[in-house]
Design a protein around this ligand. Structure first.
Ligand code: IYR
Length: 222
């Protein structure tokens, strides 16, 4: 067992209270502009931007610092086509039989259906995998901790980083998603967490009219 090793916290920055509030407000305003988008342009996106956003995702805190995530960036048209076909098959089944009427009613304001052209139009799909357990070099396995929490936080940072860079995303969760392991040849210790569609919005992109809950509805001060 490696001994704990410590180093001074040199990366931290404190700001005067007024500047802190300005920064918090500016950050909130920027993230408030983020929308999930389903109308994508096929314009190419510089790969270096995706790399930087993925580096940001990789800074997320994780259980025992296991960093139990893997990001598969898909740009190959054939793979995107395979993913679209598999996802649409799953979604057709969802909309036609698996979804309850309540669920369909809840989705109605989003205007979604089983048709997912953006899975081929968008320049990048990022398939995010959660490493349920680790494979050791000696063929053994070892536990990971708080995997869903860790990968969820990393995904949130990734979405924020891509938005900050000037791209749009869609968090897409066809269910079940295990076709992603087969198409992307990921090992059994990784389960698909979600599929992030990434690119520029189409010129005429539209988004559903939605509202966000006000602060008093999402917060209790005790
Ligand atoms: N996965 C389906 C349905 C869907 C479900 C939820 I919950 C959403 O917030 C949005 C869509 C689809 O992508 O159409």
């Amino acid at each position: 067992m490696p001994a704990a090793e410590f180093t001074p916290l040199t990366s931290y920055r404190e700001y005067p209270a007024a500047e802190m509030l300005q920064r918090a407000t500016a950050f909130r305003e920027e993230l408030q502009r983020r929308r999930s988008v389903r109308d994508f342009s096929s314009r190419p996106v510089p790969r270096a931007v995706i790399d930087e956003a993925l580096r940001t995702a990789g800074t997320a805190p994780s259980g025992a610092n296991r960093q139990p995530w893997h990001f598969c960036v898909v740009s190959d048209p054939e793979l995107k086509q395979q993913i679209r076909e598999a996802a649409e098959a799953v979604e057709r089944e969802f909309y036609a039989t698996r979804a309850t009427q309540d669920w369909l009613d809840d989705l109605a304001p989003l205007g979604t259906d089983a048709h997912k052209p953006y899975l081929e139009t968008a320049p990048y799909l990022i398939a995010i995998f959660a490493e349920s357990y680790r494979l050791l070099p000696n063929h053994g396995t070892a536990k990971n901790y708080y995997v869903a929490e860790s990968v969820g936080i990393a995904t949130g940072l990734l979405i924020a980083a891509l938005h900050h860079a000037g791209l749009v995303t869609l968090t897409h969760t066809p269910s079940p998603m295990n076709f992603l392991n087969a198409i992307l040849q990921r090992p059994d210790n990784e389960r698909p967490f979600l599929l992030l569609v990434v690119g520029y919005p189409a010129e005429n992109a539209r988004v559903p009219v939605l509202s966000r809950k006000p602060l008093q509805e999402i917060v209790t001060w005790s």
